[in-house]
Design a protein around this ligand. Sequence first.
Ligand SMILES: [Zn+2]
Length: 473
Amino acid sequence: MTSQQRHARRPIDQLRASPIAPHLDAFERYLDDRGYAGTTSKNYILCLAHVAQWMNQCQFVIEHLDEGSVAQFLDGHLPRCQCRDPVVRRYGDLRAALGHLLVVLRAEAVIPEQVPEMTPVAEELRHYDAHLNHARGLAPRTRRNRVRTVGRFLSDRFGNGRIDLSMITPEEMREFVVRQSRHYNARSSVAALISTLRSYFRFRTACGDQVQALTGALMAPPIWPQATLPKALSGTEIHRLVASLGGTQPGARRDDAMVRCALDLGLRCGEIARLSLDDIDWCAGTITLRTTKGGREDRLPLPQTTGEAIADYLRFERPPNPSRAVFVRRLAPNDRPLGPDCVRKSIRQAYARAGLPYTGAHLLRHTMAGRLLESGSSLKEVADVLRHRSLNTTLIYAKLDVGSLSAVALPRWGDDDTPQRQSTPQTRGRARCQGTAYPLRAAYLASLHSSHYSDAPVAVRRDLQRDCAVAGS
Ligand SMILES: [Zn+2]
């Protein structure tokens, strides 16, 4: 120990005399780039000062710092800590600060990258994921869900040991499904669990395993997809929701823009969360969905209300950061895109502010479908705008369109005539609209939205296009 370390009193002095000292500037820069507040950064520096005392006490070499030594500090040293005060002893703060320090040290190549432990289950999941990706062509999110479920099943049965499916009995299989089902409220979730396990056993069959008995033990609960009516907001409720937008709470512009995306364009929460600055063409007034549930790339016209809400958020609220995501976290680290759950939460809070008794974000997508039908669109047109791969998925909305249903219903005894649906200028215009899916969608959406973002002043659109092109670079 040097004389400087022996006489250091203040925590910051101890930190500057520790092996962490050469990396302090990079650590502060890392926090600053991610939008952490000054007080948070200062707190994390004080946390590192405590770690520095510990490192000095046990003459720890910084090149050996990893998740194991972090656990050694948090669970071994911290409960018995007798370091010189003042030191930070808050477990959560210390863990967060050390997590950031590991990221910085790895970025500077001071310590090696973390190598995940390859257990037999992890190895098996890697093969299964490759099969889902290359042989089945499933979307990353679907693959992640399936791999997680199969991982739970294999870890539950084999732990870290060798996998031998011939050891599993059909009874064990059923017990696993019953145990998991207790966590689900919807039948469809149980059906998805069983579908995933069957998919895994098909993969194992292709690999030469005899697992037919296990597949036979998996009986999916019956699902009647057309049994319920899709819930949708009424006209009055839409007005209440729209009137509640424009609040002044933190993150209001971001939440408003996300509600607009769901209500005006029927976007799913995942699609809203994944929107990139490169997906919006402000000059043309279009929005492109690149990683949709159907795995397709879809271009939609940007309605005026949606475009204005997103533009307001980008210009006045979105924190500057390196991310290309449209919607980012409000609090540090704000360079990360939002997850779909955050979009759901924002929509749920918007319902609450409007005094509506709803919680489901998908309700706005149903509402959009209902509004399209009311405006005279056909089921095929609704399927196009909602980007359904199969018309069967859209069929449920037929039950919302009471007007059209009455048009095809048999006349009752005594009725003079069957109500006929009148064509409107919009529907006549659509009939003439030929070409790619984009102009068709533009025409369908025109029946809902009176103005389009391409009608906004050219200078405004050009500025937005320029700002978005350089944002994050
Ligand atoms: Zn200590």
